[in-house]
Design a protein around this ligand. Structure first.
Ligand code: NAP
Length: 294
């Protein structure tokens, strides 16, 4: 069994991007600028956005954090998005999800200009991804592709089972694994909460990408020998013995499933750090495209 070490690979990617940014600076060029909008003060969202901003600083990007109160109206948020769309200094930006209930998430995703949509959530970018056109691939699926690529995990002709059909992970992942090329050329089954006899499907899988958010969901008896496991799940489980009052766990019973797997991602240290690295990669791409349009 080999660990797909997202922490190590994401650090390599960040070093590669940092070297490109240093070269940009040496050439007197503008460096990429990522902005993030955070509405409210959800603990997990604060942590995610904080580490995105810190990563920008470490690799030499400019970053801007726009914090808005939990009571922000949809109109106020859309106004802020318009400002960022029109701000020529900003190459790309994200709106951290989830949003408070008074705000329609779909309206927000549609308001982000596709050229600045480094999360790849805008329907135009999602459509381009589905059509194999050059675009911003959502950071978590992009990170999974990169992990499979860097470890040269065979995907062609394999049966990939995706658990979860969210718009940000499961659905795009199912499209990407089925597309022509590497990583891809898989035969894909997309499963969700209405899937019957899911064990029957997972035991036939060569690759399982689990993104449902249920700790310990995938058990050893649900997988076959030599399976490749990508655990996207991140759940905070309350635990008073931990300094933070919780620990982080994935969807997979790591201890037992890892004994049967050929490759497996740990949680933490697997897909999570890759997501941030690929957001940075998308921002670099946004900067390059912005420059070529100017
Ligand atoms: P989500 O919106 O939370 O949706 C969960 C999906 O799992 C839904 O499609 C749901 O089916 C399905 N599901 C729920 N219970 C199920 C069951 N018992 N059997 C089969 N399918 C089931 O999904 P998400 O936003 O992709 O998040 C999933 C997990 O990934 C969470 O733990 C989240 O924190 C984590 N995540 C991690 C990263 C990262 O960077 N590592 C990024 C994003 C998300 P229905 O559609 O039928 O409801």
């Amino acid at each position: 069994m080999e660990i797909l070490d997202g922490k190590k690979v994401s650090n390599q990617i960040k070093e590669e991007i940092a070297a490109q940014v240093a070269q940009m600076k040496a050439n007197g060029e503008k460096v990429p600028h990522l902005a993030a909008i955070l509405v409210g003060n959800d603990g997990a969202s604060l942590t995610y956005v904080g580490s995105k901003v810190r990563s920008c600083e470490r690799i030499g990007f400019e970053s801007t954090l726009v914090q808005m109160p939990n009571t922000t109206s949809e109109i106020e948020l859309l106004k802020k998005i318009k400002e960022l769309n029109e701000n020529d200094d900003i190459d790309g930006f994200i709106v951290q999800l989830p949003l408070p209930p008074q705000i329609d998430e779909q309206k927000v995703l549609l308001a982000v200009h596709p050229d600045k949509d480094v999360d790849g959530f805008h329907p135009m970018n999602f459509g381009k991804m589905a059509l194999d056109m050059s675009t911003f691939i959502p950071a978590t699926p992009f990170g999974i592709l990169e992990l499979l690529d860097r470890y040269q995990v065979e995907t062609q002709g394999k049966h990939t089972v995706v658990i979860g059909r969210s718009h940000i992970v499961g659905r795009p992942m199912s499209i990407l694994m089925g597309r022509k090329g590497f990583p891809g050329n898989s035969t894909v089954t997309l499963t969700h909460s209405r899937t019957k006899n899911i064990s029957q499907i997972t035991t036939q899988a060569d690759i399982i990408i689990s993104a449902l958010g249920v700790p310990g969901f995938l058990k050893a008896e649900m997988v076959k020998d030599d399976v490749v496991i990508i655990d996207v799940g991140i759940t905070r489980v309350p635990d008073e013995t931990k300094a933070k009052g919780y620990y982080i766990t994935g969807d997979v019973d790591f201890e037992n499933v890892s004994k049967k797997a050929s490759y497996i991602t740990p949680v933490p240290g697997g897909v999570g750090p890759m997501t941030i690295a690929m957001l940075l990669k998308n921002t670099l791409l946004a900067r390059e495209r912005h420059r070529s349009r100017a």
